[in-house]
Write a protein that binds this ligand. Structure first.
Ligand SMILES: [Zn+2]
Length: 239
């Protein structure tokens, strides 16, 4: 087991990269023991791609307060009084995918079905945060798979997307994670995922291009091997 103990400002948190099952205690870093424990832990343990970490929401509030001051604002201004708290809550919500596991999200909603025909769920709304600028990227996700005796509940497709989208992301990785999860959950003969999204980091800053849409796709199994299957999927989502 590898351990990293990153520090930032007044708080310390612990990141443990564990190779498999986890057992982990909630404990501030040693040098902080004895100090005032501002470290109130809202979310106890979170699991994400074999990465565990802990975030105190109060700590997050303090940091948001500093950011607001740093842009030259007055924290005592009426409209801003509760902003650090609200921002912390919002940011926590937008990243709540870290608190979920695929197993919990699916909650057993994988059903036997004797269909072999393509299942497509298209135009699923997608909201995520780019990991480079912490700005949103917003768009649509289209998912297709070729079942091999098992299908997944329709709403679960959307939940799987949210689980990965509500993390700090890059669109390419998000697309791959969704495809892998659906393949893992259903044992499908092939999975296709396409995401089309607009990135606010490109629209509001940087090159300020308002209308560019980034498209990423991941095709596995039959979708990758057979052009006709791939085209059928692409035709159906473009309709
Ligand atoms: Zn960005």
């Amino acid at each position: 087991m590898q351990e990293q103990l990153p520090r930032s400002g007044s708080f310390a948190y612990r990141t443990v990269i564990a190779p498999g099952n986890y057992s982990h205690s909630l404990r501030p870093w040693r040098s902080d023991v004895g100090k005032e424990r501002r470290f109130k832990i809202y979310s106890s343990m979170m699991y994400t791609d074999r990465l565990f970490f802990i975030i105190g929401i109060e700590t997050m509030e303090e940091h948001f307060a500093k950011i607001i001051e740093a842009v030259g604002e007055d924290l005592n201004r009426e409209g801003l009084l509760d902003t650090p708290k609200r921002a912390a809550k919002a940011f926590k919500f937008l990243n709540n995918g870290y608190e979920k596991t695929l197993e919990e999200v699916l909650n057993g909603a994988i059903f036997s079905a004797d269909t072999e025909d393509m299942v497509i769920v298209k135009d699923i709304e997608l909201y995520s945060l780019c990991e480079h600028h912490l700005l949103p990227f917003i768009g649509k996700c289209h998912v297709g798979y070729l079942p091999r005796g098992k299908v997944m509940g329709l709403s679960k497709v959307a939940r799987v997307i949210d689980m990965y989208a509500r993390r700090l992301q890059i669109q390419e990785k998000l697309t791959k994670q969704i495809a892998d999860a659906i393949e893992l959950a259903t044992g499908a003969r092939g999975v296709a995922v396409v995401i089309e999204a607009k990135h606010l980091c490109m629209m509001m800053r940087g090159v300020e291009k308002q209308n560019s849409v980034m498209t990423t796709s991941v095709m596995t199994g039959v979708f990758r091997k057979e052009i006709s299957t791939r085209s059928e999927f692409l035709n159906l989502i473009n309709r």
